[in-house]
Design a protein around this ligand. Structure first.
Ligand code: BES
Ligand code: MN
Ligand code: ZN
Length: 500
């Protein structure tokens, strides 16, 4: 695992494999970002002239490597583009995260890297540290030696800071980076190794390591408790379902939150089988549960003054002789009946149970996270998640949290008229109906399982949970860790008394 530390030493004096500096777009070509001064001074003549000659403009994502001059103990200099310089001198934290991520990804293979990026405030230190850690991510668990690009992730990251060094900011970067990368690992893990039982065991082990209370409801406990949604989705698989409760409490907390995550370890669609082209990476369908797990872990490790209960609803959605059939009626936890019109609309079934159970503890607010609908991907694309809520003020707070966390999200309505499309001729509600507005209908379905006066938000991360293209910024190929930072920001806000 990459270590992250801070130093007030001069960037020229520390031995390292590389030192990273920032370049911005200036009116007359590239200009240096704060933090780069001492490094630039070791070059003969203005460094910006050399950068300009090399074609550097300062555009975001641009990188160029330079051999270090004699005055520098680091062996090479990596200049990374930050885009336009901010008018007020305060760098946007997500721009810093992205630049640091690009830098550490580009420098894979270099054991020790110094980050001489703008880091003069606690927020900037946190952003540079977090982006740097997220950029080191590489999923190598299934590669034999000598395959892949063979470059080990940067092992040691040192943020060079001014006098305003902030230990708490560094700790936040470390913890959020590690837990978010853990969520990515879980998402990337293939479904033959990550199934409800093994997922639950991993959560239990990690939770206990950090003093969290973890309770696993196995198939017997689920039957005993009448969790008909989770059981109904899981009954077609040889791998039985699980509901995992992971709780963190702070003795002085005055706000309690419930986070609920969709944990479908593989979504084949069930009897309503997905066609080829739609089932290849459905191992990602537990990204919501992974995000909730990571956020609860991070909250606990940071000792935030808030109570958080995570509910991870885990099942494998498979077709078989014992699978739920289209037309079957399930009795959900809490007693509502659902006609399963389409076994591929399984996320809402496991979440329905978990939401009712979460609501029983009377939390001050509930947030669920799920790779719930293809419709949300069609609506918002693969970079943005949708935010729905039964309470517009709460939705605004969540949106505000997404912005500060640097995540791309957009509010979506829960249009009441769409509820009619979920009417069932035999049960209280159907799990699927009218195709148009499918992402919103899914939200309306979930709303039925949320207590009336509890603020609740639903994050549909089906698009951004998994990245299939080339890496960019701090985002790798594969599991992205979507919603982890938003959930942690919500916990931070609650701890600061700002969620009520
Ligand atoms: N897990 C899928 C949604 C999904 C689609 C996630 C693409 C990630 C990428 C979900 O269980 C599903 O199959 N939803 C159906 C619902 C429909 C049957 C009402 C969908 O969106 O097609
Ligand atoms: Mn499905
Ligand atoms: Zn699914």
């Amino acid at each position: 695992m990459t270590t992250l530390t801070m130093s007030t030493a001069r960037p020229t004096s520390l031995p390292a494999d590389a030192v990273v500096i920032g370049v911005v777009k200036g009116p007359q070509g590239p200009a240096l970002a704060p933090g780069a001064e001492a490094v630039a001074d070791t070059f003969d003549g203005p460094l910006t002239d050399s950068l300009s000659a090399l074609g550097v403009t300062g555009a975001e994502g641009e990188t160029v490597k330079l051999l270090s001059p004699i005055g520098l103990k680091a062996r090479l200099v990596l200049a990374v583009g930050l885009g336009n310089a901010p008018d007020d001198g305060v760098y946007d934290t997500d721009a810093l995260r992205r630049a640091a991520g690009v830098a550490t990804r580009t420098l894979a293979g270099a054991p020790k890297v110094l980050l001489a990026l703008p880091a003069d405030t606690a927020d900037a230190v946190e952003a540079v540290g977090l982006g740097g850690l997220l950029g080191t991510y590489d999923f190598t668990a299934y590669r034999s030696c000598g395959t892949g690009d063979g470059k080990a992730p940067v092992a040691e990251l040192v943020i060079l800071v001014g006098t305003g060094a902030d230990d708490e900011a560094l700790l936040r970067a470390c913890v959020v980076g590690q837990e978010l990368n853990r969520a990515r690992d879980l998402i990337n893990m293939p479904a033959n190794d990550l199934y409800p039982q093994s997922f639950a065991a991993l959560v239990q082990a990690a939770g206990r390591e950090h003093g969290l209370t973890v309770e696993v409801f196995d198939e017997n406990a689920l039957t005993e408790g009448a969790f008909g949604g989770i059981l109904g989705v899981g009954q077609g698989s040889a791998n039985p379902p699980r509901l995992v409760k992971i709780a963190y409490t702070h003795p002085k907390a005055d706000t309690s939150l419930a986070f609920v995550g969709k944990g479908i370890t593989y979504d084949s669609g069930g009897i309503s089988l997905k066609p080829v082209g739609f089932n290849e990476i459905m191992k990602r369908d537990m990204s919501g549960a992974a995000a909730v797990f990571a956020a609860v872990m991070a909250t606990a490790r940071l000792g935030l003054q808030v109570n958080i209960t995570g509910w991870l609803a885990m099942a494998e959605n498979m077709p078989s002789g014992s699978a739920t059939r289209p037309g079957d009626v399930l009795r959900m936890y809490g007693g509502k009946t659902v006609e399963v019109v389409n076994t591929d609309a399984e996320g809402r079934l496991v979440l329905g149970d978990a939401l009712v159970r979460a609501g029983e503890d009377k939390p001050d607010a509930i947030v669920d996270v799920a790779t719930l609908t293809g419709a949300m991907v069609l609506a918002l694309g693969k970079r943005t998640f949708g935010v729905m809520s039964n309470d517009s003020a709460f939705r605004d707070r969540i949106m505000h949290a997404t912005k500060r966390a640097g995540e791309d999200a957009w509010p979506m309505p829960l249009t009441p008229a769409l509820r009619k499309g979920l009417d069932s001729t035999v049960a209280d509600i159907a799990n699927s109906g009218e195709r148009m507005g499918g992402g919103l209908a899914a939200g309306l379905f979930l709303q039925e399982f949320v207590p009336d006066h509890t603020p609740w938000a639903h994050l549909d991360i089906a698009g951004p949970a998994f990245h299939e293209g080339e890496p960019y910024g701090y985002t790798p190929k594969g599991g992205t860790g979507s919603a982890v930072r938003t959930l942690i920001q919500v916990a931070l806000d609650a701890a600061a008394g700002g969620l009520r």
